[in-house]
Design a protein around this ligand. Sequence first.
Ligand SMILES: [Mg+2]
Length: 189
Amino acid sequence: MKIGLDCDDVLANFTLDLASVYNQRYGTRYNHEDFVPDFSHFERLLGLPGIRNLWELFQDHSYNLSMKPVKGAVAGVKELVSLGAELLVVTNRVKTSPQITQQWLEQNFGPVFSDVLYGGNGFSKGEICRQKEISLFVDDLPQNVYNLRDHGIKTLVLDYHWNREVEESHFIKRVLDWEDIVQEVKAGR
Ligand SMILES: [Mg+2]
């Protein structure tokens, strides 16, 4: 079974840790719920100088490499591999270089992913999954979940405050954590 995994907020604990990293570096006092992974939201929240700070942060290799994995992701990925799943990372990351993303993945998960693919550049995640014959995907962003559904890819939506409007359907199932993801894979085999 081929399973596709999003990187930010599925493997890498990007958004939940972002406010504390940002506050520490720029002396602000945002709460972690203030940050959601949506660029227009950041523009409204931070204004132009804040957006400049954010891009500076995103291009900092030490920040990117020190990002923590999502809770339970390391054990969950290991378990999926032991179940015989082939795992591919499909990300829309533009802010971090592919080399740094690759290094972060290897440093935290080992050489377990058969490929790391980038959406955007004219190809959506749904199109990439169809091409690569990925049968199950895990993501957190509503627009990605709907795009995957529209391409007939079953998707587990990892629960966060920014995706609660996504409703379950034949193609969409909400999961609360990595243990849930593993259970869903076991149940679907
Ligand atoms: Mg994500």
